[in-house]
Write a protein that binds this ligand. Structure first.
Ligand code: MRU
Length: 408
């Protein structure tokens, strides 16, 4: 157990994009190998890869994958660039809220146009180099965010975090968890409160797993416990990531973040947002302009479970062997429950969805909320820590040059 044990998320290997399937972590640690850019789009919309900075990297690698596969047969530069634009826009459209996704796609579009005069063969190679550079830059940015943020953490801190802004949500190391990892290395973390983060449970499944791998002391709580532990004086700071930050400092992040920020104000607890400058969207005046993704109602009406079954009796083993003899077996079930069992090595894997709400119930399932800047104590970026008035500090101190979004 050490910080070096935290997982990588997404990388390029043998002409393909490989990613850890986060939708099934931590109990099934499968790798998805994407041969086509639309395979990556599928992985994004199904949340096999997720988290704002990781989505930026996924977008860049997906464009490179297109350029070196379907795009490799195009021999006319203008057609190539027009198709690349179309593909990049399609990738950017897979999820609306995290600006990093569009940022990664836009950066690849711009890079291709700026370098088009080298000829198509070389351009395709350069596109791949650029995509890998975006991945490497993300890791470097996160380490800088970690170092900048750790300075804000007092020794003996009990920190609460929401969702997963860890290594899995980035190319490596994480943003909010990057701060926690860095502060832990400095001996400042007494413990981390991990919100389970309904409905997709990124906290329970991913953050708790990363903290365990890293050897950082932590306790998992349900989302509705935060107020009570704050009132009991058990939380010294809250640190979250962000999916998009507007020019005025309003922050979109996983649903439930706003509630935490309000609670922090009530209890006098600092509320920190850790995010790379690629998450800052200076084209949006305020959080009111941020498009909030609404997801499948089934995330709320039931629970999704994936795991490994290791039978410990010969008869149970025989039963599973019979079921999976001809491959994946979908267990017929009433009331809409779903369960698929398949073999995996010497054991069996399962994917299930079990209904918990009555059939036909109406659902509202926004994946993100917006925390007004007034609740944000500071925003920790790779370029430093910025504080209110964000309309000035984001534009000058932090993101005034280099943020793609300022260009529209
Ligand atoms: O729906 P998700 O899992 O992609 O949501 C992720 C979050 O809300 C994270 O907090 C955010 O992307 C920051 S990740 C460093």
């Amino acid at each position: 157990m050490a910080i070096t044990d935290i997982p990588r998320t997404i990388w390029w290997e043998d002409g393909k994009v490989v990613l850890v399937d986060q939708s099934r972590l931590p109990l099934q640690g499968d790798l998805l190998v994407c041969n086509t850019y639309d395979g990556v789009c599928h992985a994004i919309s199904g949340m096999a890869v997720r988290g704002a900075p990781a989505l930026g990297v996924a977008a860049a690698l997906a464009v490179a994958l297109w350029a070196t596969t379907a795009g490799a047969v195009i021999d006319d530069t203008e057609t190539f660039l027009a198709e690349l634009d179309r593909v990049a826009d399609e990738i950017a459209g897979t999820r609306p809220t995290a600006v990093n996704l569009a940022w990664g796609a836009e950066r690849m579009k711009r890079f291709a146009r700026d370098n088009a005069d080298v000829g198509l063969d070389e351009l395709r190679e350069l596109i791949l180099i650029e995509a890998n550079a975006i991945r490497d830059e993300d890791e470097a940015r996160n380490r800088a965010i970690g170092a900048n943020g750790a300075e804000l953490i007092e020794p003996g801190s009990r920190v609460l975090t929401h969702c997963n802004a860890g290594s899995l949500a980035t190319a490596y190391f994480g943003t909010a968890l990057g701060v926690i990892f860095s502060a832990h290395e400095q001996g400042k973390i007494e413990g981390v409160w991990v919100d389970e983060t309904r409905p997709v449970l990124q906290g329970a499944r991913l953050t708790a797993w990363e903290l365990k791998l890293a050897g950082v002391p932590h306790k998992l709580i349900t989302d509705n416990m935060a107020a009570s532990i704050m009132r009991a004086g058990l939380v010294d700071a809250v640190i979250v990531g962000a999916d998009r930050i507007a020019a005025n400092g309003d922050v979109a992040n996983k649903i439930g973040t706003y509630g935490l920020a309000v609670l922090c104000k009530e209890h006098g607890i600092p509320f920190y947002v850790a995010a790379p400058t690629s998450t800052v969207d200076l084209t949006l005046e305020s959080g009111d302009d941020i498009v909030i993704e609404e997801r499948d109602p089934r995330e709320v009406t039931g629970v999704t479970v994936s795991g490994i079954i290791e039978p410990d009796s010969a008869s149970a083993l025989r039963a599973f062997d019979m079921l999976t003899d001809a491959g994946a077996y979908e267990v017929p079930m009433k009331k809409g429950h779903q369960l698929v069992i398949d073999r995996k090595g010497g054991a069996y894997k399962f994917d299930g969805w079990f209904r918990i709400a009555p059939p036909g119930v109406e659902v509202y399932n926004p994946a993100f909320d917006v925390t007004p800047a007034a609740y944000v104590t500071a925003i920790i970026t790779e370029r430093g820590v910025v504080r209110a008035p964000y309309i000035e500090t984001l534009a000058s101190g932090c993101c005034g040059s280099g943020a793609i979004h300022e260009l529209g």
